[in-house]
Structures are given as C-alpha cells and as structure tokens.
Ligand binder design. Structure first.
Ligand code: SF4
Length: 330
C-alpha cells in the first residue's frame, strides 16, 4: 500500500466531522484576530491545512522575517523555530501551541560547549544548524539549515580564509557538508543527531528497494553516511519536495527517508505520484505535539503568556546576527 491509499482510507467519519468543525472555527478566529499561522512540513496534514504558510526551517525563517505583518505568529513547529521567528520579529508575539514541543537535537550543544570549542580552535568560524538554542546561536558566526548548509559553510570559510569550520549540533549533517564542500567540519559534539533520521538503516533502504523496485530513494542529510551513499537523492525537506515536483513523468514512485509529514504533503500535492516510507513510524513526536484543538485554544487565548516564546533581549541581540547572515547567504 502506498501512502496515497493510507491517506484516503484511515480517517473515521466522526473524526473528520469534528476536525472540519474545529478547522472552520480556527479559520474564523484567524480572521477576527491579527494572526499568521506558520507550519513546518512535519506537522500533521490537518495542521498544514490551516496554516498560512507551510515550509521547512529556512523557508519559514524567511517568511517570519519578510512576510508576516500580523501582531501574532502561531508557530506549529518546535521551540527553536519559534525562537528564531521571535528573534526576527521582536515586536510581535510568537506563540508555540504546545510549549513542550522541542527538538532533542538542540540539547546536544550548549553555549558553554561552543565557547570551549572556540577556545580550542581559535580563529575558526562557528556554524550552527538552526536546530539549536538561542544561546548557542548567540555564540555563532552564522546559522544554516539543511537546505543551505553547504553554501553557508563555503561562504563563511571563504570569508574567514580557512579550510575548517566548527559545526554543530548535527554530526551527520556536518559529515554531509564536509563531503560536499571539501571543507573540514569539526563536529560540536561528535555524536549530535536527530533520532528520527538517524534510525534509518541500510537494511531499511535495501528492503524498500526490494519491495519497490522502480522507486527512487530520497533521504535527508541528517541520515547516516552509509544510508546517504546508497540513496538516489540527498536533500533537505524543501529539496526533496522540489525533486518530486520537478520529476520526469516516468518517475512515479518515491521511497521517502524523512519524517512522514513531508510524505503526506507530497501525496496531497502530487496525486499522480506514489510515495512509500523507507521505514514505518518515521515520526518526530516532538513536532506532532501540536493539535488542531490546541491551536484553536491558543487563538482563543492569544495573550496567555504560557504560549509566548520570548528570547531574552541580550541573547536575541547577539543571535540575530548569525540568523540574518544565513538569510543573506541563502
Ligand atoms: S525531526 Fe529531528 S531535527 Fe527535526 S525537530 Fe524532530 S528531532 Fe529535531
């Protein structure tokens, strides 16, 4: 069974009716209030459906900076994304519907660890994945996402006139960028990883190829090197989306090695293609902590401080530079 079938067949009518009522209320509340809803590709398809913008970290950072005029931004993503939006929009209220929606990868790297790496490797630029805390960003020279990491590393290495950079917290992305750029990426720390992407194994990939013989394998750069090297395409969520969007007519089947929200988005947007998960349950449970009910509740309680993500001014003042620098390079 490919994903398009699952999407059509698993929803109970009662649930659909209830969701439709909540969606109508959310849309009405959005109109009454000055609110923009941003949703990451890894959100449920229902939440993507009520968002004003859906995208990856880079796309949503750009939208947060350039296109949001609303007083309130509801961010259906994880904490670091809401922090980034808040840093770029210090005059707005950025709200995270479930305050417990956090990225475990960000916890691999603290600001004190970055300071230690800087002491150990003086003169090397610090590149941090946006999947990091605001405090870590404040210690960085430039941020990156999986969409622009290679370009960012090449650009900052040229600017600093060096052949190595400090890179964290994702060790697999660091390894991928080093392969693509020929610039050494010293990992901060050695073992930072995403539990969703790093669980994809070579066996998963081989098994999927056996089952879907003419399927193209697309994986995320947060996957381990052995998996990336066997895939047909390695790219961020936006790159994968565009690879499918621009695929040849005869390319019908895609085996997807990233969080299942992107697969569902693509199944909706490209109904003439077929999508297969590279393994079952590729779910970021942290992203999935938001629900339609919670978003409706936040819309009814926009000024409840429980939902607001606010980075302390002294951190935001420093963290904005590497984020803006990344956006300029992208
Ligand atoms: S998919 Fe991985 S990197 Fe992305 S938010 Fe979830 S845990 Fe963090």
């Amino acid at each position: 069974m490919f994903y398009n079938d699952i999407n059509c067949g698993t929803k109970l009518d009662d649930g659909l009716l209830k969701d439709n009522e909540i969606i109508a209320e959310i849309n009405s509340l959005k109109k009454q209030n000055d609110v923009t809803i941003l949703a990451h590709y890894y959100q449920s398809i229902e939440i993507q459906g009520i968002a004003d913008y859906v995208g990856d970290s880079l796309g949503l950072s750009k939208i947060a900076k350039e296109k949001t005029n609303s007083k309130y931004i509801i961010f259906a993503g994880v904490d670091f994304m809401a922090e980034t939006a808040s840093i770029l929009n210090q005059d707005k209220h950025v709200l995270l519907p479930n305050p417990e929606s956090c990225c475990p990868m960000a916890a691999y790297l603290t600001a004190e660890m970055v300071r230690e790496y800087k002491r150990k490797y003086p003169g090397l630029p610090v590149v941090t994945y946006v999947n990091s805390t605001a405090e870590v960003k404040a210690e960085s020279d430039v941020c990156c996402t999986s969409s622009n990491a290679v370009n960012v590393v090449k650009s900052i290495a040229k600017e600093f006139d060096v052949n190595s950079v400090l890179f964290g917290p994702d060790s697999n992305l660091a390894d991928y960028v080093e392969q693509q750029s020929n610039i050494k990426c010293i990992k901060m720390p050695e073992d930072g990883h995403c539990y969703v992407h790093s669980q994809i194994s070579v066996d998963d990939l081989k098994r999927s190829r056996e089952l879907i013989k003419d399927g193209l394998v697309l994986v995320h750069p947060e996957c381990v090197r052995e998996v990336r090297e066997l895939a047909d395409f390695v790219g961020s969520t936006a790159h994968m989306y565009n690879r499918v969007k621009n695929s040849k007519i005869e390319e019908k089947k895609f085996i997807i090695g990233t969080e299942d929200g992107l697969m569902k988005r693509m199944a909706e947007d490209f109904p003439d293609k077929q999508f297969y998960p590279i393994r079952e349950k590729l779910i970021c449970y942290n992203m999935k902590k938001h629900t339609l009910e919670l978003i409706k509740y936040v819309l009814e309680n926009l000024d409840d401080p429980m939902f607001e993500v606010k980075v302390p001014a002294e951190i935001a003042e420093k963290a904005i530079f590497p984020i803006v620098k990344m956006l300029e390079i992208s």
